[in-house]
Write a protein that binds this ligand. Structure first.
Ligand code: SF4
Length: 348
């Protein structure tokens, strides 16, 4: 079902970078209907509410990661039975990208389980970026921490987005990862922004954090000098063998609240439903779309965990009158964003 496009006019003064924790806590504390009304109203003023952007994610190098992220089956420290795979050949990646494009994806995200890419890896990932762009798709990569030079190389190759999540609040972070610091993550985001690429950054909920940690994570993201263009909100997928395998369920409404608060705080960003969708029913998906989620990962697998089948998503879109977003491929900006650096510096 096609609907008339709603204006995506520029923001009208609701883009802020000065959220206090009390303000974010107060959003989480709103009655559910009030929160959703506020989020949905803002969503409509920035996006077509019946449009969802669709990305495909491919693991281009799986497992054997030296980091210790407690949720991750790809860490070499946990015995999860995952079979490690070397970096894929460029042609194989392009085959998958072609298939994703033909299935309706407009963005192709490539993920490698690395602490950070090594110099010898860069020519291969650069060839992947160039090849996927030539197919007419937007490109995104997640390769771990980047130096400023690596970010520049990827931007030069035409990479549109770089994904690097903050994962959680600064306060809870040490319970989840010890092999890199929160500041390391912020540094990578700064390198990406300065290179001119767009940022995809979000986190994971349901890891045993408190609501105030979910608030803290969104506060960090929204108070970056420029909001991430994409904000993935993941529900923990409990994988046997990881330290979080026995984690209690998060109240699904708390997940919807997190989506809604992200929408309010970053009203012009795409808020993405990412990992954990396999355990969410159609009603939950619909509620998340109403709360402001307007991007999903599409396909059989989300890195190494199951993802609802592509045709299930399309069938639900049809029932809800949602259209997959189509977008002209823009040239990535080449100029660094000095305002990002200046603002970051002035934030100490
Ligand atoms: S989340 Fe990324 S960095 Fe952390 S263990 Fe998994 S692959 Fe490695």
């Amino acid at each position: 079902m096609k609907t008339a496009a709603v204006s995506t006019a520029p923001p009208v003064g609701d883009i802020r970078h000065d959220w206090t924790r009390d303000e974010v806590d107060a959003l989480f504390a709103l009655p559910f209907n009030d929160l959703l009304f506020k989020a949905h109203s803002l969503h409509r003023s920035h996006f077509d509410p019946n449009e969802v952007q669709v990305s495909t994610l491919l693991s281009i190098k799986t497992g054997a990661c030296p980091e210790d992220c407690a949720y991750c089956p790809q860490s070499t420290r946990y015995d999860t039975g995952l079979e490690a795979e070397k970096l894929m050949q460029v042609e194989k990646v392009l085959e998958q990208a072609r298939a994703a494009r033909d299935a309706g994806s407009t963005r192709f995200c490539m993920g490698a389980a690395w602490r950070s890419p090594k110099p010898r890896d860069m020519p291969h990932v650069i060839a992947m970026v160039r090849g996927v762009r030539e197919l007419g798709m937007e490109t995104c990569m997640t390769l771990g921490m980047l130096t400023e030079e690596q970010a520049g190389q990827l931007a030069e190759a035409g990479l549109d987005y770089y994904n690097h999540n903050l994962d959680t609040s600064p306060e809870f972070y040490g319970d989840i990862i010890t092999t890199r610091t929160y500041q390391d993550r912020l540094d990578t985001l700064e390198h990406v922004r300065r290179s001119g690429m767009k940022i995809c950054s979000g986190g994971i909920v349901g890891m045993g954090e408190q609501q105030s940690d979910r608030a803290g994570m969104l506060q960090q993201l929204a108070n970056l000098p420029q909001h991430p263009e994409s904000v993935p909100i993941n529900m923990l997928v409990r994988v046997e063998g990881t330290p979080l395998a026995e984690q209690d369920d998060l109240d699904p409404f708390e997940f919807v609240r997190t989506i809604a608060v992200a929408r309010i705080m970053m009203p012009a960003s795409h808020v993405r439903l990412s990992a954990g969708r396999e355990d969410m029913n159609e009603q939950m998906h619909a509620l998340c779309y109403f709360a402001g989620a307007n991007s999903i990962f599409y396909g059989e697998k989300l890195l190494t965990t199951p993802n609802p089948r592509a045709n299930t998503d399309m069938a639900l879109f049809d029932r809800l009158g949602i259209n997959a977003e189509t977008r002209e491929l823009e040239q990535p900006p080449r100029d660094p964003s000095p305002q990002f650096y200046d603002a970051a510096a002035s934030n100490g």
